[in-house]
Design a protein around this ligand. Structure first.
Ligand code: TMP
Length: 222
């Protein structure tokens, strides 16, 4: 059985990533590709508990190193329960965030640096790397405004407050944004960077183009 394809989606809060992953999954489903869709943090029962701890703005302060370790704890569970079994069964995995998020948010945003994140990745994830990463990076202002508006709406609608990161200052998000660009520059073969304030349809088209290319290379029918 040929190994499946591991595709990750990355971007700042408010980049429109969640809308795009849904559309991409639907596009694949129509073609009979039936992807396994998961997310980090979350994606497993244990991961959802870690997610609640990490994202609830009512959580007591979490030290940057503890935050990074929790992100990897969640990832380890998701790899064991979801990602590895799916890839071994030849499936396509669409994962909303992976180690690039930790490098951007904890490495860049929290200023831990890339090296500890990449070292932990090596220990915890081994040689598992995405075959393709779609990185959505609209302008910083647009992301910040959308993310904060969305969080206020979620609180008003159902009291769900996942806004611990959205409360961060603009300088934090600038560091995250810059680190993402650094990753894209460092790994141009893996990371497809989609920049600018494009429409939902335009982004979807670019996603489809990048994914189709990889599918053909990997021997799947696009
Ligand atoms: P999202 O599921 O809406 O993308 O939100 C997840 C939040 O968690 C987002 O603010 C980014 C943050 N995050 C990290 O800081 N490090 C990580 O490794 C991951 C996966 C997410």
């Amino acid at each position: 059985m040929p190994r499946g394809l591991f595709i990750t989606l990355e971007g700042l809060d408010g980049s429109g990533k969640t809308t795009q992953i849904k559309r991409l999954a639907a596009w694949m489903q129509k073609r009979g590709l039936n992807p396994v869709v998961t997310r980090q943090p979350g994606g497993t029962a244990t991961g959802d508990r870690v997610r609640a701890l990490l994202l609830d703005s009512g959580s007591t302060p979490i030290a940057p190193m503890a935050e990074m370790a929790l992100m990897f704890a969640d990832r380890a569970q998701c790899i064991a329960e979801v990602i590895e079994p799916a890839l071994a069964a030849g499936k396509i995995v669409l994962c909303d965030r992976f180690t690039d998020s930790t490098e951007a948010y904890q490495g860049g945003g929290r200023e831990i640096g890339s090296a500890p994140v990449l070292e932990l990745h090596r220990i915890i994830c081994g040689d598992l790397q995405p075959n393709l990463t779609l990185l959505l990076l609209p302008s910083l202002d647009v992301c910040l405004e959308r993310a904060r508006r969305r969080n206020d709406r979620a609180i008003a609608q159902n009291g769900a407050d996942e806004g611990r990161f959205e409360q961060e200052q603009d300088a934090f998000y600038r560091r995250v944004w810059l680190k993402y660009r650094e990753i894209a520059k460092r790994e141009p073969d893996r990371v497809v960077l989609i920049e600018g304030n494009l429409s939902i349809d335009e982004i979807h088209e670019q996603f489809v183009e990048a994914v189709s290319e990889r599918l053909v290379t990997a021997g799947h029918k696009a």
